[in-house]
Design a protein around this ligand. Sequence first.
Ligand SMILES: [Zn+2]
Length: 292
Amino acid sequence: MMRYLFVLLLAMMLVLAACSNDEPDTDEESQTGEEVEQSEDQETDEEQDESEETNEEDSQDSEEEQNEDEQTTDKQNEPQESQYELTEHWSLTPIDDAESDVVLLTIDDAPDGNALEMAENLNELDASAIFFVNGIFMEDEESQDIVKQIHDMGFPIGNHTYGHKSLKDLSEEEQYEEIISLNELIEEVTGEKPEYFRAPHGLNTDYARDLIADEGMLLMNWSYGYDFMEGYMEKEELTDIMVNTDLLSSGANLLMHDREWTNEALEDIVEGLRDKGYEMLDPELILNPHKD
Ligand SMILES: [Zn+2]
């Protein structure tokens, strides 16, 4: 009991520390997406339920996939077989014998000046990533075209809400609008409905979780990220911590942003991760239990 209280207190302190960050940018995210989450009540129960669902659907999926294999189709856009599952700590774990030394790259708050160059660099490096976009950054034709180009290079476009507001401060109607209006805009621009969702600051509500699942989307926070924290808004410092943090482990979900210093550090981060033996995970291989 004492240990639980201590962990809870620690989590609350981290949330407070994250919230007291007064940088002008919108992000007051915590270094690990998990700690914010664990401070919320009922979290553990919900997530256990979710992983049970995942396991059930997983076995159904394998049966379906076996049937599909027998039919030998050569259709375009045939969904690839899922090889990784999102854990309750937001990391990715291999389903069967998929390579375990992988990490997932994610770029939030796009497109805000650097996203296209970041996508081109990643493309050049043959490294996958999810770009989580905001509606406020894609209101004009030029930025919409950038999102389309990033999508057409093969990077999944994720929903990071229209206005980057904390979902916890919004009514259910407002949350619906923040999420669904951006789904519609992304689909209009790319021709494809987004499959991934990440809440601003990693702060989710029960309502948003249900809505995301109903929309057939996969909700994720992250394992670690630093580019929004003081001391890491420089190429060298950011590269060093992203590659050498103790939090780097197989399946880690890496949070980065559309920022100048992250753009500058990106190539070194990818190469540093590869030097450590990690390949960038293709998001298409992640199981989405809510997808029909
Ligand atoms: Zn954000």
